[in-house]
Design a protein around this ligand. Sequence first.
Ligand code: AMP
Length: 193
Amino acid sequence: MKKVAVFCGSSLGFNEIYKNDAIKLGNHFANNKIGLVYGGGKIGMMGVIADTIIEKKGEVIGVIPGLLRHEEVAHNNITEMIVTKTMSKRKVKISRLVDGYIALPGGFGTLDEIFEALTLGQLGIERKPVGILNTNGFFNHLLKQLDIMVTEGYLKQSNKEMLIVSESVDDLVSQMFNYKAPIMTKVINKVVK
Ligand code: AMP
């Protein structure tokens, strides 16, 4: 994995533990020459991971929709900033740049982005690893909801298992490196082509 998208809060959260894991992940990327692709903000968890990598002279590419760029939230000191016309074009641009996706704690934006990545995997449109860093059990209730979706017949267990979950940065990234996407049936491949 040369470049990984990280989706995370535009807020910092109330517990320092989350910020510390954003720093840990940023250091891991910089030390292992993994480029960060992210939403381009300077605020919250987004700003923390970008600043950590820039401080260590790593690569940070922001992809921001024009409407957010002109607010006081865009980072002005990263390797490259790509401006897209819309939020949906931003997602497409990010997906073209990266070899995998990670979510750190965040809100609606973070969930929207990581679930889109999972949906692309589920349809066989992409075969990239998707991971969540489950710091402090932050995503435990969400994972429980996924179990309910499986039990109630809305999510295949095999698709649920595409999601890589870990509480440790090193373990999460190593699982992502070893990820093998499940083989999709021909029917699904035909539908998406
Ligand atoms: P949220 O989890 O709701 O705080 O949203 C964070 C996610 O949505 C990030 O991964 C960004 O890609 C995107 N996002 C939300 N707010 C902003 C912002 N002010 N600037 C840039 N990206 C943002």
